[in-house]
Design a protein around this ligand. Sequence first.
Ligand SMILES: NCc1[nH]cc(CCC(=O)O)c1CC(=O)O
Length: 311
Amino acid sequence: MNKLVIASRESKLAMWQAEHIKARLETLYPQLQVEILGMTTQGDQILDKTLSKIGGKGLFVKELEQALQDGRADIAVHSIKDVPMNLPAGFALAAICEREDPRDAFVSNNYSSLHELPAGAVVGTSSLRRESQIRARFPHLTIKPLRGNVQTRLRKLDEGEFDAIILAAAGLKRLELAERIRAELAPSESLPAVGQGALGIEIRADRSDLLELLAPLNHADTAACVSAERSLSRVLGGSCQIPIGGFATITDDVITLGGFVAHPDGSVMLTASASAPRDYADALGRAVAKQLLEQDAAPLIAAVIAEQADK
Ligand SMILES: NCc1[nH]cc(CCC(=O)O)c1CC(=O)O
């Protein structure tokens, strides 16, 4: 193989991520010519509705999968957070790359932490996961929807629409906007989204010719943690439509996974955690999901989905 095409969304963050993978491939394979095919997705175009309403994650990846299908691209680089738990038939994840900072970041021009915000202060986020966790701890704050790419969200903050916003630290760091971070939220305060901070490389399942080429991009520890997180979310039918979080760490080949599901208003917060040897990542995800189901996560999730549909 002498030429490889990467499909990517066109947002600055997505392009940074695609360029990062391109650079890594070019270092690994000096003979390989790597091109980036930028495209906009429905998720980038529909900005007036929250993700929980327009149907969530698949929207950021479908067009890229179409490019893989048509042979216009060989691989697609995604924030794995945006990739549905079940890929459509005929596609596969070939590599999960080393995770950047998985935490959520507090960004504000006037305040240095959530604790400092006065009653009625407006916090921007369209993530039900972030919303539920903030409302559970800080019921006196007002949450308002905020969508768009990282730059758009920062602009809306700077224009004064919000007192603070919450963004993934990873995106800000990759875009050299780390100075905008006023505080990083510990996973105990804001459990990250499943896969947050990690990149996933998707291919057509029949392109086994790419597996060896992409293998060095896989980061074994990140891949194990992300499989535990995605397995948890898969069992619970995780999507942007429900407040759900999952975050795994690995020490000495033991993975520890924490997860939660909640009501968006923070009134119910079910949590669970467990550990397992690294080879049992998938089973660990299912075990933590089972603990949540034993706390009646299923009717909570059904009620939340019904409420979202009514809004
Ligand atoms: N939902 C959009 C999205 N998808 C991935 C990231 C950040 C980077 C990452 O998690 O890898 C973001 C922005 C955000 O949540 O602030």
